[in-house]
Design a protein around this ligand. Structure first.
Ligand SMILES: *Cc1c(COP(=O)(O)O)cnc(C)c1O
Length: 315
């Protein structure tokens, strides 16, 4: 399991690559949810999501150990983050994406000089392909969440939060494969354990919720939640034990609640966030937790949403 020391090391390693993102506040949304509500603005992070934190930590170490190329299997934020950091460090990145990838996502990877390889429609097909390419090229495969360096990189958000809001009471974190929340849990619980860390999943992608209930890894079939960053089918082997050890609570939000939270953040705060991040705002606004009159941080994990999707979310 990773420790707070790994996260401090990650913070040093990636300081020259990532932004120390702002903590936003909204009086209106605070009033609406009965807590003082703050927003950790990772939608304003390099590449538009927190994924650059873990990717930078992992790719930097790979390069230090002699890697001359990297691969990843993700059309989304992880793929962009790996392409960005590889480009910055001057090594080639190959990103394996699904055949039906949205053009804008492919272009974002190519804008960072990432090479795009299309393969299949499911992650079960893409993952072996990315590993195979890494093997052929003598490169390193960069996993999206189930890796100690990735988890430690994402955990740097926890250390930043404790600096920005010393008397924070609770932190709401979206859960996909669990890299983000396992890092934040480690940073928070090994520094200031009284702070509550609460996970949020869409009702339609409740694999971690079920796994916590059953105390073992439970896999769900493919899901269509609009929170596309949270569509992983089961928690990670390395991330899940951290949740079992430290997680305070896990709440579920509906698709309509995610949409409504997206609309409110756009209208009231003039911030464009992606549906995966709107889940944590939905959890705060629609009273999914028992928190009242507390200082609550909603982790806004990313802002990569294209204009067509925004139109659909608003209609
Ligand atoms: C990847 C991602 C998540 C989920 O992170 P995990 O580490 O897989 O739990 C949440 N929000 C956004 C925007 C993401 O890109």
């Amino acid at each position: 399991m990773i420790s707070r020391e790994n996260i401090i090391a990650a913070q040093e390693a990636i300081a020259d690559t990532v932004h120390f993102t702002p903590l936003l506040h909204s009086d209106q949304l605070s009033k609406q949810c009965g807590n003082k509500l703050f927003f950790k603005a990772e939608h304003l992070q390099k590449t538009g999501s927190f994924k650059i934190r873990g990717a930078a930590n992992k790719v930097k170490q790979a390069v230090a150990q002699g890697a001359t190329s990297v691969t990843a299997a993700s059309s989304g934020n992880h793929g962009q983050a790996v392409a960005y950091i590889a480009n910055r460090l001057g090594i080639p990145a190959t990103i394996v994406v699904p055949e039906d990838v949205a053009t804008c996502k492919m272009e974002a990877i190519q804008a960072y000089n990432g090479k795009v390889v299309k393969c299949g429609l499911t992650s079960a097909e893409r993952l072996p392909k990315a590993k195979e390419i890494a093997k052929e090229e003598n490169g390193v495969y960069i996993p999206p969440y189930d890796d100690p360096l990735i988890m430690a990189g994402q955990g740097t958000i926890g250390l930043e939060l404790l600096e920005q809001l010393e008397d924070v009471d609770a932190i709401l974190v979206p859960i996909g494969g669990g890299g983000l929340i396992s890092g934040i849990l480690t940073a928070i619980k090994e520094t200031k354990p009284s702070v509550q860390v609460i996970g949020v999943e869409p009702q339609l992608a409740n694999d971690t919720f079920l796994s916590m209930q059953k105390n073992q890894l439970i896999s769900i079939p493919g899901t269509t939640t609009i929170a596309d960053g949270l569509r992983t089918s089961q928690p990670g082997d390395l991330t899940f034990p951290v949740l079992q050890k430290y997680l305070d609570d896990l709440v579920l939000v509906s698709e309509e609640e995610i949409r409504e939270a997206f609309r409110l953040v756009l209208e009231r705060m003039k911030q464009v966030i992606e549906p995966s991040s709107a889940t944590t705002v939905a959890a705060a606004l629609f009273a999914k937790t028992s928190l009242r009159d507390k200082r609550v941080v909603s982790v806004i994990s990313g802002g990569n949403v294209d204009t067509g999707q925004i139109a659909a979310l608003l209609s």
